[in-house]
Design a protein around this ligand. Structure first.
Ligand code: PGA
Length: 248
């Protein structure tokens, strides 16, 4: 099975011209491009093979007095297929809670979008041996909120917060994150599968955290990992092109 590559551009790039160039080099089967909202139109126009994703949505279903928010219907109607939910940036900077992440996941599925839900432990939690406990709690909120009778897809992205490139760089832990993460991810995904078993739904499990051209082979060798959520490396043409070739 071909593994997915989901490009999470976060709050990048600065201009529409750059966004268009990035979409062009990302435009391959099995790639999902998640730009900031203002660049959805230009990216949509530039993609023929890759799919379009967004980086967030609001949990309310219909329109209403929710200044600054975007609904699942609006995204779906525009042609967005996937939506990242509960990224650690959002949990950290916007205090997104497990309840909110779960509500957003349910709303996305009802709107016919495929949620890409992020879970993962911090460095302190990892070091304290609490990774499974943290991921279990985050994941069970999502599982418990899945809408009954909606036969949608769900992608779970295990992203150890300490292995995300910007966090790892800040803590001087890049080499460690790169070396350790594939095995850690593989084990955690196996654990998540056991948690999801009673729910009988179709879930894809991917990994995010310093995935790049250097470690992609090592990551690809882990059967449990069905794809990658890529931040920093998706912004660099040469880097992302090599990753696309590696998964093809
Ligand atoms: P990274 O980001 O690839 O730069 O570590 C991944 C993510 O935050 O989704």
């Amino acid at each position: 099975m071909k593994k997915l590559l989901i490009a999470n551009w976060k709050m990048n790039p600065k201009t529409e011209t750059e966004a268009e160039e990035m979409a062009q080099y990302s435009d391959k089967d099995g790639v999902i491009v998640c730009p900031p909202f203002p660049f959805l139109p230009i990216v949509k126009g530039a993609l023929n093979k890759a799919d379009l994703g967004a980086q967030d949505l609001f949990w309310e279903k219909d329109g209403g007095p929710f200044t600054g928010e975007v609904s699942g219907e609006e995204l779906k109607g525009f042609g967005v297929k996937y939506v990242i939910i509960g990224h650690s940036d959002r949990r950290k900077y916007f205090n997104e809670t497990d309840e909110e992440v779960a509500k957003k996941t349910a709303t996305a599925m009802r709107a016919g979008l495929v949620p890409v839900v992020c879970v993962g432990e911090s460095r302190q939690e990892h070091d304290a041996g609490k990774a499974k406990e943290v991921v279990k709690k985050q994941f069970e909120f999502v599982l418990g909120a899945l809408p009954v009778g909606v036969n949608g897809e769900l992608i779970m992205s295990y992203e150890p917060v300490w292995a995300i490139s910007s966090n790892a760089a800040e803590a001087g832990l890049v080499a460690e994150a790169v070396a350790e993460a594939p095995m850690v991810a593989s084990k955690m995904i196996k654990f998540m599968k056991t948690l999801a078993e009673p729910y009988g739904i179709n879930i894809k499990y991917i990994y995010g955290g310093s995935a790049n051209n250097e470690n992609i082979k090592m990551l690809l060798a882990q059967d449990e990992i069905e794809g990658f959520l890529v931040g920093g490396a998706s912004l660099i043409k040469e880097e992302f092109e090599k990753m696309i070739i590696a998964v093809s």
